[in-house]
Design a protein around this ligand. Structure first.
Ligand code: RB5
Length: 146
């Protein structure tokens, strides 16, 4: 059983892959909260980025997963939040390395870039990869600005 909690969020462009990830988390017994959006109606991605990042900041979730058309808007919005390290990616090497080296706590994916199968495999890899710590600790501390 996973020891982490996940907060999910998306806009209309990321709805399909967010739902696929949600299903996979459910099947794996991972604890999650789905903060929307829930329909294909057009919505503003920053709203959902902020909800998910607040859940990570207040400890309700260990990790956030944000899906929009490209993942880019979500990552820009997420990285405005103190303590949030959001990575937008579409390949497994980056999914692993952003956990190992950046201690990323929010994964951003693009529903118009990758399909649901890849989204699920990237999410599982991201969630299961630990931070390496060591020399990377100092660099993580250097990321924060007032
Ligand atoms: C919505 O059309 C689109 O702009 C959004 O999903 C995202 O790709 C923004 O980065």
């Amino acid at each position: 059983m996973a020891t982490y909690q996940v907060a999910l969020g998306c806009d209309h462009g990321g709805l399909e892959i967010k739902n696929a990830i949600r299903q996979a988390l459910e099947a794996d017994g991972v604890s999650f909260v789905d903060l929307g959006t829930y329909t294909a109606d057009s919505v503003d991605y920053p709203v959902y980025a902020h909800k998910v990042c607040e859940a990570v900041q207040n400890g309700e979730a260990t990790f956030g997963i944000l899906c929009c058309g490209t993942g880019i808007g979500m990552s820009i919005a997420a990285n405005k939040h103190k303590g949030i390290r959001a990575a937008v990616l579409s390949d497994p090497f980056s999914a692993e390395m952003t956990r190992r080296h950046n201690d990323a706590n929010v994964l951003c994916l693009g529903g118009r870039v990758i399909d649901s199968e890849r989204a699920v495999s990237l999410a599982k890899l991201f969630l299961s990869t630990p931070f390496d710590g060591g020399r990377h600790e100092k660099r993580i501390a250097m990321l924060e600005r007032d």
